[in-house]
Design a binder for this molecule. Structure first.
Ligand code: ZN
Length: 377
C-alpha cells in the first residue's frame, strides 16, 4: 500500500520508537493463534478443504474480505477487488515482517537509512503477534494488504497498536475499503485499476491474473462465516473469565444427576448444556492452552476441546462437528477467543454445547464456578 499520505511523521516515529528498540535479531516464531483446521462448509453446503488453490487461514482471510465488502454494500465487485489485492499482496496471508529488507546502498526516496534503522526494529514487533507467516520483507509492509507502518495504514495509536492493527485482518480490510471508496467512480474502473488506485503497486498488472480465483472464492464463501479467531466481545471478569457461549436457545440440562436423554438411565451429568444452533461460536472461558481438540478417543465420534488454565483447572467444550474445531492442541488461547462451533457429535439429541469445569480432575458445578469468577448468566 503506497497511496496513503504519510499520516505519522517519521521523526515522530523515531522519537517514540527510540525507547522500544528490540534486542538482537531473533528467530521469527510462527505464532498460529488461530488456524482453520479441516474443512469449510461453503455457501452451497459443499464441504471442501480448498478453493481456487487456497486453504485454511487463507480461506478465513478471504471470508473476512468478502464479509467486510458485503457489510459495506460494495457488492461482488467490491469484494473481488479486495480479494485480488490481498491475493497479490500477501497470498491471502496475514504476514509479519522480519525487517530483513536491506537499505539500498544508493539511498532511497522512500526513507533515509536512519529512519529505516528505527522502523525495522518496530516492524519486528509483528513477529511476536499472531500471524500466518513471515514476509521476506519490503520496507515496513505488514499484514493481509501489506500496509506500510510509516504510511499510516496502522492508524494513529501507539506504534504497538499500529503494528497490532496491521496484523488484524478485519482492521486492514476496513482500511483498504475506506481507501477504495474514496476513489471516484471506483465501480466503473477496471478492477485492476481500482486496486492500483489504492495500492499504487510497482506491479499494477499483477492484480488482474487473480480475477478468476476471486470469483471462485466469492461464489463459495459469500455469506459464510468462518469464525476462527473472532472474540465474543463479552466482558472479561476481574478474575480473567468470560462466557463460553453468548448466543443460545436455552440452558437445556444442568450439572447433577439426571435421566440420560439417550441412554434412559439415571447418571451424573458433569456439565452445563446450552442448546444452540449448529455453528454457533464457542469461546474459551479464560486464557489457557489447548490440550485436546478433536475426537475424544480412537473409537469415539464425540469431538471435544479441552483448555488447561493452569492451577489444576481445565474447561471442556463438547459436541462440535469435525469442521467446527477451530484450534489445535498446544495452541495458546485467550479468554473470549472462539475455539469451536456448536454441533451434535457424540451422544447428543441435537446441537448444543456441553460445558464442563474440572478442578484437579473433578467436575464441579460449572455455573457456580463461573459465578465465583465474576461471570453470571
Ligand atoms: Zn451435557
Amino acid at each position: 500500500m503506497k497511496a496513503f499520505a504519510t499520516a505519522v511523521p517519521l521523526t515522530a516515529l523515531a522519537l517514540v520508537a527510540g525507547i522500544l528498540l528490540l534486542d538482537d535479531p531473533k528467530e521469527a516464531p510462527a505464532i498460529d493463534a488461530c488456524q482453520v483446521v479441516g474443512e469449510v462448509t461453503t455457501a452451497t453446503g459443499d464441504v471442501v478443504q480448498e478453493i481456487a488453490g487456497f486453504t485454511g487461514v487463507q480461506l478465513r482471510n478471504a471470508a473476512v474480505v468478502i464479509n467486510t465488502a458485503t457489510d459495506r454494500g460494495l457488492g461482488d465487485r467490491g469484494a473481488r477487488i479486495g480479494l485480488i489485492t490481498a491475493i497479490q499482496e500477501s497470498g491471502l496471508r496475514n504476514l509479519a515482517n522480519a525487517g530483513a529488507f536491506t537499505y539500498p546502498a544508493r539511498g532511497s526516496s522512500v526513507m533515509s537509512a536512519s529512519q529505516w534503522a528505527v522502523l525495522r526494529d518496530q516492524v519486528r514487533l509483528s513477529l511476536d503477534l499472531p500471524n500466518d507467516g513471515v514476509a521476506p520483507g519490503d520496507w515496513d509492509s505488514i499484514g493481509l494488504f501489506q500496509g506500510r507502518l510509516s504510511a499510516g495504514w496502522g492508524g494513529t495509536g501507539t506504534l504497538d497498536e499500529q503494528v497490532r492493527n496491521l496484523l488484524d485482518p478485519s482492521y486492514t480490510t476496513g482500511r483498504f475499503y475506506d481507501s477504495l471508496e474514496s476513489v471516484q467512480d471506483w465501480q466503473d474502473l477496471e478492477p485492476t485499476l481500482a486496486a492500483q488506485a489504492v495500492q499504487r503497486s510497482a506491479f499494477p498488472h499483477a492484480y488482474a491474473r487473480h480475477w478468476a480465483a476471486s470469483g471462485e472464492l466469492y461464489e463459495a464463501l459469500a455469506g459464510v462465516t468462518l469464525d476462527c479467531g473472532a472474540t465474543s466481545g463479552e466482558a472479561i471478569s476481574a478474575h480473567g473469565w468470560t462466557k463460553p457461549i453468548t448466543t443460545y436457545k436455552r440452558m437445556s440440562s444442568a450439572f447433577g444427576m439426571r435421566l440420560h436423554p439417550t441412554l434412559g438411565i439415571w447418571r451424573m451429568h458433569n456439565g452445563q448444556d446450552f442448546s444452540a444452533d449448529n455453528g454457533t461460536p464457542i469461546y474459551a472461558a479464560a486464557d489457557g492452552t489447548v490440550v485436546k481438540a478433536g475426537r475424544a478417543g480412537p473409537s469415539s465420534d464425540l469431538n471435544w476441546v479441552i483448555v488447561d488454565h493452569g492451577g489444576g483447572v481445565h474447561t471442556y467444550y463438547l459436541h462440535s462437528e469435525d469442521h467446527g474445531i477451530l484450534v489445535r492442541p498446544g495452541q495458546p488461547v485467550t479468554g473470549g477467543q472462539s475455539i469451536a462451533l456448536v454441533g451434535s457429535s457424540g451422544r447428543s439429541t441435537g446441537p448444543h454445547l456441553h460445558f464442563e469445569v474440572r478442578v484437579n480432575g473433578q467436575p464441579v458445578e460449572p455455573m457456580a464456578y463461573l459465578a465465583s469468577r465474576g461471570i453470571t448468566y
